[in-house]
Design a protein around this ligand. Structure first.
Ligand SMILES: C[C@@](CO)(OP(=O)(O)O)[C@H](O)COP(=O)(O)OP(=O)(O)OC[C@H]1O[C@@H](n2ccc(N)nc2=O)[C@H](O)[C@@H]1O
Ligand SMILES: Nc1ncnc2c1ncn2[C@@H]1O[C@H](COP(=O)(O)OP(=O)(O)O)[C@@H](O)[C@H]1O
Length: 283
């Protein structure tokens, strides 16, 4: 008997570097970025319904039910698969919104994989990633579940295996809109593409950083404080900043000093997402 209830993790991601190569005719930007997952994230529970209704029971401040990426992902999958089943959904949300750690995209990907399992659709990963891309540029990497060098708008993925340090992630109390940063006239949009693989060391810049720090003093402050202990970087379009440490103890030590005044958390970097590790254990 297949389970009629499923609880799955929905991990965060970091952009270890992010270069902006240019702007396409549709306004989207061509990127080169490196994604790695964190063993840290939300937890989503799905319970099967046989009446076709899709109901998210957890309320999100500022996000109407039908605009939630969890609901959008479920509805699209239901429509495109012609499935007559429905689902009740609850989420324990710990990932900050607008933090550049991909919470919304991750929730959408977890929902696609979770419902593919619960509704027994048998879709393969290519098909799920294709549907995911229509929900957001970052969804495919969460569907694939392996750390990746990404090109295009983030959909051309090459699996990579960077080191897996412990990270201290600081969460400045501001929500940064991705669209706002990409529409800033001062954004660097002409970084030459990296053509050799693996990506040579010294390419860890994030082209969004100058624009984000100019607009958000809170992010500048977090980068300065963390930068006293390790190389401090911005993930995605922010607001979160992060730094790597060789052990949990060292990350915890710096965390104890900085989280007196700032919000943050410590988590292990991971090249195989915890969602995929959990799904593997169900098979
Ligand atoms: C740049 C990244 C790096 O991971 O930023 P974060 O959002 O994670 O900070 C992502 O690719 C973001 O992906 P995602 O958050 O899914 O973006 P989307 O919802 O698809 O796009 C939001 C808006 O940002 C702009 N946008 C997004 C991605 C891109 N490559 N070029 C763009 O110009 C577009 O104006 C778009 O309408
Ligand atoms: N399930 C969801 N989780 C988080 N944000 C969501 C979700 N559904 C819709 N959103 C919207 O998407 C925006 C971007 O969210 P998120 O992916 O967390 O940020 P980022 O891409 O900066 O990491 C939020 O500000 C919110 O309005």
């Amino acid at each position: 008997m297949p389970a009629n209830r499923l609880t799955l993790p929905s991990p965060a991601k970091l952009n270890l570097m992010l270069h902006i190569l240019g702007r396409r005719e549709d306004g989207y930007h061509e990127l080169q970025t490196m994604f790695q997952f964190l063993d840290y994230g939300d937890e989503i529970t799905y319970a099967l319904r046989d009446d076709g209704v899709i109901q998210l029971h957890t309320e999100f401040a500022g996000v109407p039910h039908d605009s939630n990426l969890i609901v959008k992902a479920a509805k699209k999958l239901q429509e495109q698969s012609g499935c007559s089943l429905g689902v009740d959904i609850w989420i324990e949300k710990i990932l900050p919104m607008g933090g550049g750690i991909g919470g919304g995209s991750s929730n959408a990907a977890t929902t696609l994989l979770g419902l593919n399992h619960l509704w027994q659709l048998g879709w393969d990963e290519d098909r799920l990633a294709g549907l995911g891309l229509t929900l957001g540029a970052d969804v495919p990497v969460f569907v694939r579940g392996h750390a990746a060098f990404a090109e295009g708008v983030g959909e051309k993925l090459t699996p990579v295996d960077p080191e897996e340090p412990w990270y201290l992630v600081l969460v400045p109390q501001v929500s940064v809109s991705t669209a706002e940063i990409f529409s800033d006239p001062l954004l660097t949009r002409n970084t030459p593409p990296i053509k050799v693989r693996p990506v040579p060391k010294g390419n860890s810049r994030n082209d969004c950083l100058p624009v984000v720090t100019r607009r958000y003093p809170e992010v500048r402050n977090a980068l300065n404080l963390l930068g006293k202990f390790t190389e401090a970087k911005l993930t995605g379009t922010g607001s979160c900043v992060f730094g790597g440490f060789p052990s949990k103890a060292e990350a915890d030590k710096v965390s104890a000093l900085l989280t007196e005044t700032l919000t943050g958390f410590v988590a292990k970097g991971s090249n195989v997402s915890m969602l995929h590790r959990k799904l593997q254990s169900l098979l």
